[in-house]
Design a protein around this ligand. Structure first.
Ligand code: NAD
Length: 254
């Protein structure tokens, strides 16, 4: 792939899918700028890059804070005077139907899953427009295209990510900036596993049961999503702008 020596900023780099992206980009020889809430969360990402002799710069930012979002792309750019790829992977999931959704659930979900992407994209598009090139990959969800049950605010935020991706893909193709989104269904990460835990299920048993509902035979492993993100980040997808790529093992949302 064309990701060797490319400067890639990843948010949520310490999470389930984030670590798989770090692993994949380490093997590609990218220059990785890994961002997350704090340095402790980034320790595994640092270790993965170290194992592959890859270059990784950790950058701490809280994406619920407007100024952190506004400044992060410039902080990343300043390290190498370049920013080739932004991967908007950070996100959180608040569960429940509308009656179970508090003001705090709404504000935090809209803040981290939607407003942060707006701010990160706005700063990044400014930088990439000056450079004359760049790629942005957003993580939406199948649940942002077809609503899954009882996740009112989460589905709403992911639908907004899908809409932003389509708008940006169209508006900035003439600037040499491609914007696309990956839309996974269920992925075996802490986000999914903690959901089972709070509902009193054993996550391993619950995932074994969930695997039976997927035509390909199992829910996604993080690497199966990271590989698609790497494709969207690379020149292999050079004619794709504003696409929402569903990665679901053949499982529809129901
Ligand atoms: N796991 C799934 O089933 C699934 C399915 C579809 C889409 N997604 C999306 O994939 C992305 C990655 O999710 P994951 O499954 O790896 O979850 P995860 O919980 O393992 O990782 C999420 C990461 O985002 C970071 N984050 C959360 N709030 C933040 C904040 N305020 N500031 C900075 N960072 C913050 C967390 O620290 C964590 O590292 C998310 O956008 C999620 O919505 C996940």
């Amino acid at each position: 792939m064309s990701l060797k020596r490319k400067v890639v900023l990843i948010t949520g780099a310490g999470g389930g899918i984030g670590l798989a992206i770090v692993e994949r980009l380490s093997r590609e020889g990218s220059i990785i700028i890994a961002s997350d809430l704090n340095l402790e969360v980034l320790q595994d990402a640092i270790a993965i890059a170290h194992k592959h002799n890859a270059t990784l710069y950790p950058l701490v930012a809280d994406l619920s804070v407007k100024s952190d979002c506004d400044q992060l792309p410039q902080r990343a750019y300043d390290i190498n005077h370049s920013l080739d790829v932004l991967i908007n992977n950070a996100g959180l999931m608040r569960r429940g139907n509308i009656l179970e959704t508090s003001d705090e659930d709404w504000a935090l979900s809209m803040g981290v899953n939607v407003e942060a992407i707006f701010r990160l994209c706005r700063s990044t598009v400014g930088i990439m427009k000056n450079q004359g090139h760049g790629t942005i990959v957003n993580t939406a969800s199948c649940w942002g295209i077809y609503p899954g049950p009882d996740h009112f605010v989460y589905c709403t935020t992911k639908a907004a990510v899908a809409a932003m991706t389509r708008c940006l893909g169209r508006d900035h193709a003439p600037d040499g900036i491609r914007v696309n989104a990956v839309c996974p269904n269920e992925v075996n990460t802490p986000m999914l596993r903690t959901g089972f835990e709070v509902r009193g299920f054993d996550p391993n048993e619950a995932i074994e049961e969930l695997n039976k509902s997927v035509p390909i035979g199992h829910i996604a492993e993080p690497a199966e999503i990271a590989d698609v993100i790497a494709f969207l980040a690379s020149d292999e997808s050079r004619y794709m702008c504003g696409a929402l790529l569903e990665v679901n093992g053949g499982k529809p949302v129901y």
